[in-house]
Design a protein around this ligand. Structure first.
Ligand code: ARG
Length: 482
């Protein structure tokens, strides 16, 4: 564009002067196209239509309870809201050019259907409305994420049980450390998911407060009933401070954090499975339905789900940091900045939901290469700690035992014999020590509570099962408030 022409663009195409915005009374000119293009949230907040209708119906009943709507008006508006709901459900709802967001769209349509629709916004602002809708949305969607996580925990448990006594190397620093049961390794991820479920339930518990009745920022001079509305909507309580009610997005930040941490847990699984499916590890084979091929390399079978679980965690972390930056420094009370809460939240919920479903399928259908895993864990030096603990049982201080065994490992690596031979020749270790180096023995030595061996497994499976049971009970209890 020629710089001299810039002034021509000072005001771009505007809608007619009296275009029906929610604020047209105060304005002589209509909104510019660029304002609308920049400020609309309809493309993404449409997904809250159910919550907006539920919230509006409760508001209408509340207005009637305190005499601000007659019973006939109430019934007309409730019917109109139901009709809008049906139009939304069937996709026949006609959006208008000036529908800035889902709240505007629904209110406009209700007033077209019912003459009393003009009373719908009595003592309500979009500020308390949007906060109410978003809390309702979060309650339902976060509960759904929790339920999917439980399904993933169940898939991990099933594979763990299937794995029986199969063992593999446990790693520290990605160096082979000690043999661990495959079931133990799989359940380790399930316990992390258990904390995720519990965090989501905590977040739901804290966000279970109705902001409806806070108005734009300060409540109302009309005799509204926020407590009755809260109960009607199934919220545990109503707000105590109207400024806080309309400006609080802690619950969105918490939800997006919970989802980011879930993403990190999924990413850790993803990274392991990328390694495990590689030719170098060869621990797992993916089912064809959960792997991809290469467009050029005919032999390839790629773990794309695992890679995307790893890759998309970056985006989930980005959603959190972006939202926190948006919230920081906002003065009381509502600011339009707060509209920026929705895209990160919706995106995080959607991405985690997709990831959990794909990973659950990938894990549930995978085949473990038992021989390869166990051979990797049967490397003689993996028994070093068991040899040191054998010496400790016979009274040697651990530091000294560590040095004795370390010296044998060094000699073994220097080619002076196998570790079993060197141990056999050492009178402090002898045949009993050599037996500890034999394949499959090491994993059985992990006997302490919560340890990686078969002795502790049954107890762990029991407590894992009761974790899953109580998660399901808590999730069901939430569902009963719908
Ligand atoms: N779409 C807006 C949002 O999501 C609705 C609230 C607009 N409120 C206002 N006072 N302009 O935040």
């Amino acid at each position: 564009m020629d710089l001299d022409d810039q002034h021509e663009f000072a005001r771009d195409g505007a809608l007619p002067a009296k275009a029906k915005t929610l604020w047209h009374g105060r304005f002589t000119g209509g909104p510019s196209e660029s304002l609308l293009a920049y400020t609309v949230s309809l493309p993404y907040d449409q997904r809250m239509w159910r919550d907006d209708i539920v919230g509006s119906k409760a508001h209408v009943r509340g207005l009637a309870r305190v005499g601000l709507l007659s019973n006939d008006e109430r019934d007309d508006v409730l019917r109109a809201l139901d009709q809008v709901g049906a139009e939304m459900e069937t996709g026949s709802f006609d959006f208008a050019e000036t529908d800035e967001d889902i709240h505007t769209a629904i209110e406009r349509r209700v007033t077209e259907i019912a003459p009393a629709g003009g009373k719908l916004h009595t003592a309500r602002s979009r500020n308390d409305q949007v906060a109410t809708d978003l809390r309702l949305w979060c309650k339902r969607e976060l509960r759904d994420v929790a339920l999917r996580l439980v399904e993933m925990q169940e898939a991990l448990l099933e594979q763990a049980i299937e794995a029986g006594d199969t063992y593999l190397p446990g790693y520290t620093h990605l160096q082979r450390a000690q043999p661990v049961l495959l079931s133990h390794h799989l359940m380790a991820h399930g316990w992390a998911l258990g904390r995720d479920v519990s965090r989501l339930l905590d977040t739901i518990d804290r966000l279970d407060v109705s902001p409806l009745g806070a108005g734009a920022l300060a409540g109302s001079s009309l005799p509204i009933d926020p407590i009755g509305n809260a109960a009607d909507l199934g919220f545990a309580k109503a707000f105590d401070n109207s400024l806080d009610a309309v400006s609080d997005r802690d619950f969105v930040a918490e939800a997006v954090f919970d989802l980011a941490l879930i993403g990190i847990h999924l990413s850790r699984i993803g990274e392991e499975w990328v390694l495990w499916t590689s030719g170098e590890f060869g621990f797992v084979r993916l089912d064809d339905g959960y792997a991809t091929g290469s467009s050029m390399l005919p032999q390839k079978k790629n773990p794309d789900i695992a890679e995307l679980a790893r890759g998309k965690s970056g985006r989930l972390i980005g959603n959190l940091t972006g939202l926190l930056a948006t919230l920081k420094g906002l003065p009381m009370a509502y600011n339009r900045d707060l509209q920026e809460d929705k895209e990160p939240l919706f995106d995080s919920v959607e991405q985690v939901t997709l990831a959990v479903a794909a990973l659950t399928g990938m894990i549930a259908t995978a085949t473990f290469n038992v021989d390869v895993m166990q051979a990797a864990a049967d490397e003689e030096t993996m028994a070093a700690t068991d040899l040191a603990e054998y010496l400790v049982r016979n009274g040697m201080p651990f530091r000294e035992a560590h040095a004795v065994v370390g010296a044998h490992v060094q000699s073994c690596l220097a080619g002076e014999g196998s570790l079993a031979e060197l141990v056999m020749a050492d009178p402090r270790l002898g045949a009993e020590g050599a037996a500890l180096v034999a394949p499959g023995v090491g994993v059985k030595m992990r006997t302490s509570r919560g340890a990686a061996g078969p002795a502790a497994r049954a107890e762990q499976i029991d407590s894992y099962r009761s974790m899953v049971q109580s998660e399901l009970a808590a999730i069901r209890e939430l569902a009963s408030f719908d």
